[in-house]
Design a protein around this ligand. Structure first.
Ligand SMILES: Cc1ncc(C[n+]2csc(CCOP(=O)(O)OP(=O)(O)O)c2C)c(N)n1
Length: 273
């Protein structure tokens, strides 16, 4: 299939110029490159502008609850390990509402590819502060400026067991699709944080802001360098920060096999008693 073959025919309602368009393109490109068959692929979306992706990619989709993508994705992967599971959602969804699920999915090394639309706000609800909003950011929910310290998703991923941690930028569609291809091919939890301007509510974090600060990394850095590069607040380094092998959750549980399907539930229960 070609990237456009993964279209559903529905027209996205994102604002003109929204960074979600680039992420959409990159997901479809990556699906084409890895030859994903729609009936063997599932995309789980969160709630928000980003979550609307579920309407626009031809494969099995599940438009879940806010912050609850990863429990759904975990269930799909464990019940059907042969299915390729993609997950996407906003930074509010994943790093705020759903951050507890994220930490556990990473430490369990659930074999899914999680793409986070990092726009530094809650977009759909018109621009409240997100966990990625830097200190001092004025939004409609923080009129005097954010006082909490900002979450660093890359360091959170590296520290909590994600075995593939990357950052992309929505306008660099080929680079981003390469990162997604890497995540799909990787056996284990892939966290891909994507810088995605919200052109309507994103304040100063627009294309000009990022274009001046983006820098591509040529290779995967050492752990020490990865932490330094991920902590840099002047430059937004993009690329793969960390990748290593460790068994995925389903590989460590012999009871989770492709032979045991839902219809064999009696056999499954018997195997426990
Ligand atoms: C449990 C719950 N709380 C709050 C909401 C309201 N809500 C809908 S979208 C949204 C913000 C989404 O922001 P983000 O996850 O960053 O995605 P974006 O819209 O920026 O893509 C919120 C708070 C909800 N739908 N469910």
């Amino acid at each position: 299939m070609k990237p456009l073959d993964y279209n559903t025919g529905k027209v996205p309602q994102w604002c003109p110029g929204c960074g979600n368009f680039g992420i959409w393109n990159s997901i479809k490109k990556a699906m084409a490159e890895t030859e994903l068959e729609p009936h063997k692929t599932a995309l789980v979306s969160g709630i928000g502008c980003s979550g609307k992706m579920a309407a626009h990619v031809r494969c099995y989709v599940f438009h879940s609850l806010h912050g609850r993508t990863l429990p759904v994705a975990t269930g799909i992967k464990l019940a059907s390990p042969e299915t390729t599971v993609l997950v996407n959602g906003g930074d509010g969804d994943g790093y705020g509402m759903g951050v507890g699920h994220l930490i556990h999915a990473m430490r369990r090394n659930i074999d899914v590819t999680y793409i986070v639309h990092h726009n530094k706000v809650y977009g759909l609800t018109t621009g409240q502060a997100a966990p990625t909003s830097p200190e001092g950011t004025k939004t409609k929910s923080t009129p005097f400026g954010v006082v909490d310290s900002q979450i660093n998703p890359l360091i959170m991923g590296m520290a909590n067991g994600a075995t593939y941690v990357a950052r992309g930028y929505t306008t660099d569609s080929d680079h981003l699709s390469d990162l997604i291809v890497g995540g799909i091919k990787h056996k284990g939890f892939a966290l891909i944080d994507v810088l995605q301007p919200c052109v309507t509510f994103g304040g100063q974090y627009q294309y000009d802001y990022y274009n001046d600060r983006i820098k591509k990394m040529d290779e995967i850095p050492s752990t020490e360098d990865a932490i330094k590069l991920a902590s840099d607040t002047d430059t937004y380094n993009i690329g793969v920060f960390s990748q290593y092998d460790r068994p995925a959750y389903n590989e460590l549980h012999p009871e989770i096999t492709t032979e045991i399907k839902a219809k064999d539930v009696t056999k499954l229960i018997k195997s426990f008693v």
